[in-house]
Write a protein that binds this ligand. Sequence first.
Ligand SMILES: *[C@@H]1O[C@H](CO)[C@@H](O)[C@H](O)[C@H]1NC(C)=O
Length: 344
Amino acid sequence: MAYSNKILFQCISLALVVLFGILSLEANGRILEDSIMHERHEKWMVQHGKYYKDSNEKELRFKIFKENVERIEAFNSDGNKSYKLGINQFADLTNDEFKGRNKFKGHMCSTITKTPTFRYENVSAVPPSIDWRQKGAVTPIKDQGQCGCCWAFSAVAATEGITKLTTGKLISLSEQELVDCDTKGVDQGCEGGLMDNAFKFIIQNKGLTTESNYPYTASDGTCNTKAESNHAASIKGFEDVPANSESALLKSVANQPVSVAIDASDFGFQFYSGGVFTGSCGTSLDHGVTAVGYGVSDDGTKYWLVKNSWGETWGEQGYIRMQRDIDAKQGLCGIAMQASYPTA
Ligand SMILES: *[C@@H]1O[C@H](CO)[C@@H](O)[C@H](O)[C@H]1NC(C)=O
């Protein structure tokens, strides 16, 4: 009895030693992991010029950063995904905070009266792919920063496109003019707006000035009427693409860059870094971007080529390829719900 007890005791103590060993290895591992993560956070802060007001804020942001990094890495370790996520400038924001940044006035769509004409309705042949960047009709990627004026960037990119196609000149145009001066209607600068209303403003104002003449400040300002009256480009009108038809959108994008509204609130959208985005997303339109082409990926997935306004550190150097021709008539993330383009 005593003998077997001793064996038992020895077994237990050995087991305890092993257990403690494992536990302390794990604890050590976790401390090491955390310090590596802290280092990554520090590097990321430098890379993106982030500062926090105090150590509490820093600790909170570190926790969010860590969670995001872990979720991104778990997603990327699944080899079956058609797109990748990356640690970008939004890595210290929760998905809710990120959603709060998108300020397209999608909830106002019902009040919009659609334009009756659609000039591309009888287009029968479209090329298998098009990239308006290769035709010199797309300016470099811009960054809206903290200001919720995606609608201005979307409308400006479409206006830059049609201007190039009709005049042969690619001119970077002013979003800030829209933010500061297009304030008498629905559009509210950094608080949100609609692309169609931006087109209306450009028509009524008889043009839009250049980016360099009226530079972007990422904040609401007083309208500089002198710069406002110095027109570099103009449009005659705008048309809405018939809603919920990717084929109507295709006919349009085959002919010019087109403003589109999307639901960009998903985690996958926040951290998209490349590939064809097929990700889960809804149709609560909260972001304005510009479709500047379409094509088919190497693995045969059809996509829309979309210019975003979140700088080049997001997506494929600022662009996203979004899956095209899906079953839902609204298109992925609602891309076919509320598209429009300026006419010249
Ligand atoms: C498309 O074709 C129909 C039938 O010929 C015609 O009535 C309509 O005006 C055309 N639409 C445009 C935008 O040219």
